[in-house]
Ligand binder design. Structure first.
Ligand code: DGJ
Length: 686
């Protein structure tokens, strides 16, 4: 059968859709490497159905409940008191080289829907979203961004990133022969349990398809093994109140769903996402990520000028470039039970004034950064006394505390204005070059008394993005770190508006290695903030050397969070050496192509970064450190990838020169022992 088809082309991939001959919908025809559309569609099917409709079996790109009644739909719409469902007609389509739009209408219901596709320059990502316009009052119970058909022939292998607070981004896999798989969050943020990211492969076949939802609120991703053999993933935001109401004339756009493909497996897919996030960073990608010192783990809430300056002095001596005062700098904040909302430096902690304190930090040659948690408020604070109506609450129901605090309703314009004024005041009054935005509780008892039916989740998201956008435009020189009790709010809208994100509060070496390994599947090294902390840390007592902790943290944006006051002169000298080496290599780490070498389950693993003639390899030993496990033993090897087999590569530290074929086939050798469990190797192509 011949169809009218449209193909969007990215750097290395094609995405081809067609209007279905079977009904009013768009179908996936082909998705894969450039040229994959040249042949009969791998999604063609028998067109014989029994007990279901053709819409239920077709690789439809988006369908409402009604037209697709049984096997999962992206949109559930109804009029006031009317039947649920939409039976829409195709209206028109518009095609450009880099974008497609398909419009459908349901006059009886009063709904127009436009499905948008666009390519992202310089990447292998296609962005999809839907836009609804109501011509009558409408209720949308489900409003997904897209359905993504994955053209597989065998059993789908799903890879996702799961965990909990302090164990985020654990790479997890399952095979889905039949049935439904769902991940998501109702915590008002993407959450620690699942990243809004999914990869699908055809069994053991390397090619990998990925999707990621750009939405910092409630969400879901649902993969369903279809009767015809493919897998269809639906993804979108989840309205907190169960439905979104659209007034006549109103238009609503869903969040963007980014769709990515790589023929080179999950590792290749990670590079597609890295490149996309470099694109999201735009100009700010080229802002050097400074070596940070953050005093949170050293002093906790016990923040006072003299102790902080002592830490800052040592950090500066080691080569740190930025000093960040975390939680505990403001009035009333002796512990986590009080103070949030009253964002004034505590005069008792800074007797010479906060200005003077910052000037003293800066005199050490350090930039200065500050922590804030603008969406939260402590019950005993002045802010809460003045504006008890600003927190989420439900009339007659006591508001529960989480981490002893309440959550502000950032969907309210007056709350947004308060946050903007607070940030403007702090950034305008003090010489602050870096801001860490934290968020440490989800919304419970989420309501806004008297407001009627409001899309609270979407309003909070809009408020959050408005404030972040304001930060960027009003304070363009301030570097912003995104954090939500570790990695609770990491997705593309946040990454597009911050410079770095904090993947987890867990910095214990081997735990962190697993967290970062998962993180780097979805996110780029230049956004991955990582600290060297004291060992044994608060989470994982398994010992690792200082070298291991540095090499691990250098895999992204290096920071230090240890109590430097207790470090010996030898430790300080070693740290200074690592920081100097990192500064030499960070351009390659942040801007190069990253390859994940092995996994933390292997005795050795690492990350390889390539830019121009330089290759940087961060190598880490996860195994026992009490000597070679076999006598006689051999060094372990990390096979590199993507090198020129016929070129030569020289280790800039040792002068050893390797053939490319050797590094690709046998790998770089590492003779690990108790004193040597990690290394950073810089190779120069000769
Ligand atoms: C949670 C963050 O993830 C930590 O890094 C730290 O900033 C604390 N909050 C402070 O309360």
């Amino acid at each position: 059968m011949t169809y009218q088809r449209w193909t969007l082309r990215t750097e290395n991939t094609s995405y081809t859709v067609r209007l279905s001959p079977d009904g009013p919908w768009v179908e996936l025809d082909a998705w894969g490497p450039l040229g994959v559309e040249d042949g009969p569609s791998a999604l063609d099917w028998s067109r014989r159905t029994h007990f279901i409709t053709p819409a239920d079996a077709a690789p439809a790109e988006y369908l409402p409940y009604g037209t697709r009644p049984f096997t999962g739909s992206e949109l559930v719409a109804s009029g006031p008191g009317g039947d649920r469902g939409s039976w829409w007609e195709f209206d028109h389509m518009e095609a450009e080289e880099t974008a497609l739009r398909f419009a459908f209408r349901d006059e009886q219901l009063g709904l127009r829907t436009v499905l948008h596709y666009e390519t992202v320059p310089g990447t292998d990502v296609i962005l999809r979203r839907a836009e609804f316009t109501a011509t009558r009052e409408l209720r949308l119970e489900r409003l997904d961004s897209a359905a993504v058909n994955i053209p597989i022939t065998g059993v789908a292998r799903l890879t996702y990133l799961t965990g909990q607070w302090s164990q985020e981004f654990q790479r997890t896999q399952l095979d889905l022969p039949r049935g439904t798989f769902t991940i998501g969050s109702r915590q008002g943020v993407p959450g620690h349990a699942y990243a809004p990211w999914l990869a699908v492969q055809d069994g053991e076949a390397p090619a990998a398809y990925g999707i990621a939802l750009a939405w910092p609120g409630n969400w879901h991703m649902t993969a369903e093994a279809e009767p015809g053999g493919s897998v269809r993933v639906r993804a979108g935001r989840v309205p907190h109140e169960g439905a979104v109401l659209l007034a006549p004339g109103e238009t609503l756009a869903t969040p963007q769903l980014a769709c990515a493909f790589s023929p080179e497996g999950l590792d290749g897919l990670s590079r597609v996402w890295h490149r996309y996030e470099r694109h999201l960073s735009g100009e700010r990608l080229h802002r050097p990520r400074k070596v940070l010192y953050n005093s949170w783990e050293a002093t906790g809430f016990d923040v006072e000028a003299a102790g902080q300056l002592e830490l800052a002095k040592t950090a500066a001596d080691l080569g740190a470039e930025l000093f960040v005062v975390d939680d505990g700098w403001f009035t009333g904040r002796a512990d986590d039970t009080a103070g949030l909302g009253d964002w004034w430096p505590d005069p008792a902690a800074f007797p010479q004034g906060f200005d003077q304190f910052i000037a003293d930090v800066r005199a050490l040659g350090l930039d200065f950064g500050l922590w804030i948690e603008p969406e939260s408020v402590s019950p005993g604070s002045r802010l809460h006394a003045e504006h008890p109506e600003w927190v989420y609450r439900i009339e007659g129901r006591p508001g529960r505390l989480v981490r002893s605090q309440l959550l502000l309703d950032l969907g309210r314009t007056d709350v947004q204005d308060f946050v903007i004024d607070t940030l403007d005041r702090l950034l305008g009054t003090y010489d602050i070059g870096y801001l860490k935005w934290d968020m440490n509780r989800p919304p419970t008892e989420r309501g806004r008394p008297g407001a009627g039916p409001v899309d609270l989740d979407a309003e909070h998201v809009a408020g959050y993005l408005r404030v972040l956008d304001h930060l960027r435009s009003a304070h363009p020189d301030v570097t912003v770190e995104g954090c939500a009790g570790g990695g609770g709010r990491i997705e593309h809208t946040t990454i597009a508006r911050t410079d770095v994100v904090w993947p987890s509060d867990n910095t214990a070496p081997l735990d962190r290695l697993r967290i970062q390994h998962g993180f780097l599947h979805a996110h780029a090294p230049h956004v991955m903030s990582s600290w060297v902390t004291d060992a044994p840390g608060v989470f994982d007592p398994r010992p690792r050397s200082l070298a291991f902790r540095f090499v691990n943290a250098m895999c992204g944006v290096l920071g230090i969070g240890a109590d430097l006051r207790a470090w010996t002169p030898e430790q300080r000298a070693e740290a200074a050496d690592w920081i100097a080496r990192y500064k030499e290599a960070r351009e390659v780490i942040h801007h190069g192509e990253a390859r994940l070498l092995g996994t933390p389950e292997d005795p050795s693993c690492g990350v390889q970064y390539d830019a121009g003639h330089r290759t940087v390899v961060a190598a880490l030993s996860t195994g026992r450190l009490d000597g070679a496990p076999l006598v006689p033993g051999r060094p372990q090897r990390l096979r590199l990838r993507g090198l020129e087999p016929t070129a030569r590569y020289r280790d800039t530290a040792t002068g050893t020169s390797y053939g490319g074929a050797h590094l690709l086939h046998h790998g770089l050798p590492f003779a690990w022992n108790a004193d040597h469990d990690a290394d950073l190797v810089v190779l120069l192509r000769e």
